[in-house]
Design a protein around this ligand. Structure first.
Ligand SMILES: C[S@@+](CC[C@H](N)C(=O)[O-])C[C@H]1O[C@@H](n2cnc3c(N)ncnc32)[C@H](O)[C@@H]1O
Length: 373
């Protein structure tokens, strides 16, 4: 394989790209990166910007246009999909390999027509991940053990950066943060001065996050709140619709709810939207995942193709079980949009997921990005 020195080019616009980093490791003082990336209408891939913990690594060699029949198979419509694979070698001069191992690597593809979304990866993170013994805890957050924890964390960090423009200096509120799956990658992205607050209703999950994340990253705070939820905290004493988030007005740039609106009824969603509006700064964004019930998902559910069978209508929401609605909840699209608009938000992004058996999708759950006007 032939490597060429990197070129300096200055693309001018952000374009939509696809891709991933498959392998990132250090061998003989060289950071080795391999992956693929391709786009629609962006021209050929010319070079990359490679950063480690936000610091640019300017000296590297790259091999482009490596054959990629596997990419063509999955993305036949992408331009240059047949030669989408690349390799990058970054000789580590003054850089300490140990530091590089424990930082977030971002590879931004530079196409002829603009730059693409950065591909992210942690090399060998020193933050512990929940082990197989913590399988029971992981089951509560719907996560597989070990590397699945980080894969999802990095997947969502990518959405935060590319779809919601999260900045390293932003203050972040993680509502229903579980054991800190998102905090995990955010710890490698946010500046040490940036504020992160996470709360959840399950004590064991919060304890894990405090012990493993706050101990290393003191700007990451976690707290448990004793809110009732039949599935997650059946002994909870506080109704969610009465809960006032323990933060000042207008104190966050960004709020995240990962699979929380998929486990609570509509009245709680409406109340949480009000609280989120209160604690977000003007222009602040809320990124949440949901199950959106619309014509398409209803049809797929009726055909038995959905992994969440939202077949029971309870008041103004849908659930997979009448006895335990918190198992999975979903909301009619036009109603949900109305609740969001009525509380002063505008919808900045809507990305449908594969949960109901949809073939074109972004993630598993539907994603909404809403902004405080
Ligand atoms: C599927 S887990 C997702 C956890 C975390 N967001 C993640 O992505 O790893 C759903 C979480 O929502 C929490 N939860 C349920 N009801 C809640 C409520 N009313 N307020 C805050 N968190 C809640 C649960 O305790 C659980 O940790």
């Amino acid at each position: 394989m032939q490597y060429t020195q990197m070129m300096t080019i200055a693309p001018t616009k952000l374009i939509r790209t696809w891709g991933s980093l498959d392998k990132v490791f250090i061998q003989n003082q060289v950071l080795q990166i391999s992956g693929w990336t391709a786009s629609i209408n962006a021209g050929s891939l010319e070079s990359f910007k490679v950063t480690c913990a936000g610091k640019e690594l300017t000296e590297f060699e790259m091999a482009l246009e490596i054959k990629s029949p596997d990419v063509v198979e999955v993305y036949p419509n992408l331009e240059y999909a047949q030669k989408a694979r690349f390799r990058i070698r970054v000789p580590l001069g003054k850089e300490d390999p140990q530091e590089i191992r424990d930082c977030l690597i971002a590879v931004t593809p530079l196409f002829k027509e603009g730059w693409g979304g950065s591909l992210l990866r942690l090399v060998e993170p020193s933050l512990p991940i929940p082990s197989l013994e913590q399988g029971e805890l992981l089951a509560w957050i719907g996560a597989g053990a070990d590397e699945y924890f980080t894969i999802t964390s990095i997947e969502f960090l990518g959405y935060f950066l590319h779809k919601a423009n999260l900045l390293p200096t932003d203050s972040v509120l993680d509502i229903g943060c579980g054991m800190g799956r998102m905090a995990y990658s955010l710890a490698y992205y946010l500046a040490p001065t940036a504020r992160y607050e996470g709360f959840d209703i399950m004590e064991e999950l919060i304890e894990w996050a405090k012990t493993n994340i706050s101990s290393r990253f003191p700007n990451f705070n976690f707290q448990q709140v004793d809110i009732y939820n039949q599935l997650y905290n059946p002994k909870g004493t506080l109704p969610a619709i009465e809960f006032v988030f323990p933060y000042d007005d207008e104190s966050f740039d960004f709020a995240f709810l990962g699979s929380v609106f998929t486990h609570i009824p509509a009245c709680e969603v409406r109340h949480y939207l009000e609280e989120i509006y209160r604690v977000l700064k003007r222009g602040g964004r809320c990124f949440c995942t949901v199950f959106i019930y619309n014509q398409e998902s209803a049809k797929l559910i009726a055909q038995g193709k959905s992994s969440a069978e939202l077949v029971y209508q309870i008041d103004d929401y849908f659930a997979t079980s009448v006895d335990m609605p918190e198992y999975f909840t979903g909301f009619q699209e036009d109603l949900l949009m109305e609740w969001i608009r009525d509380r002063g938000f505008t919808v900045q992004g809507k990305y449908y997921g594969s949960w109901c058996g949809r073939s074109e999708h972004t993630s598993y759950q539907d994603i909404l990005i809403i902004q405080k006007d």
